[in-house]
Design a protein. Structure first.
Lengths: 116, 112
């Protein structure tokens, strides 16, 4: 039972390069999320997808784009990486969409991204 | 503004001692979550508190929620080294319409 799988685990980019972080869940969850974690900042929501076919901005969306490819997969793209995007990125999923009753978030193992 | 504040942010304590981590939040919510994160690892769900007065316990950890005071506590009883980790509280504002809002985390070190 894999849960939420993120790839890659580590990545180093140069300023201006682009890349896509991949996330897939096998729990048939409706909602998926991308958070970033920075030292002393907790986790901050970048984008989320309440259900297949919909995406919405979170607290810190600038510099990112997302795609909900299907119910299982939710990718995060950095079009032109900047050093400020150096962070650990977590994907998460939940059974119910936001605002429709509670359900816990299940997190992936994270992607450590360094932009030089 | 949706804010979640934890304190302390860093705590070093000895095994066998008791201590409490506090989580305050800015506006009304009936749902609060506690997560644990070990260094370099993902977040693990500890507790979900769904209503005022809710209390959950697991081993040496006990969490409670006071929605009127907008306060949750995570109490550690007779701490052991294995509880060393970073603990996050997260609040479900507006029925979760904005996802979860996390506190900055409490980095807990328990020394033998």
């Amino acid at each position: 039972n894999a849960g939420v799988t993120q790839t890659p685990k580590f990545q180093v980019l140069k300023t201006g390069q682009s890349m896509t972080l991949q996330c897939a869940q096998d729990m048939n969850h409706n909602s998926m999320y991308w958070y970033r974690q920075d030292p002393g900042m907790g986790l901050r929501l970048i984008y989320y997808s309440a259900s297949e076919g919909t995406t919405d901005k979170g607290e810190v969306p600038n510099g990112y784009n997302v795609s909900r490819l299907n119910k299982r997969e939710f990718s995060l793209r950095l079009e032109s990486a900047a050093p400020s995007q150096t962070s650990v990125y977590f994907c998460a999923s939940s059974e119910r969409p936001p605002g429709q009753g509670w359900s816990p978030l299940h997190f992936g193992n994270g992607t450590r991204l360094t932009v030089t | 503004e949706l804010k979640v504040e934890q304190n302390p942010l860093f705590l070093s304590m000895q095994e066998g001692k008791n201590y409490t981590i506090y989580c305050n939040y800015s506006t009304t919510s009936d749902r609060l979550y506690w997560y644990r994160q070990d260094p370099g690892k993902s977040l693990e769900s500890l507790f979900v508190l769904l209503s005022n007065g809710a209390v959950k316990q697991e081993g040496r950890l006990m969490a409670s929620l006071d929605t009127k005071a907008r306060l949750s506590t995570l109490h550690i009883t007779a701490a052991v080294h294995d509880l060393s980790a970073t603990y996050f509280c997260a609040v479900d504002f507006r029925g979760g319409a904005d996802g979860l809002t996390f506190g900055k985390g409490t980095h807990l070190i328990i020394q033998p």
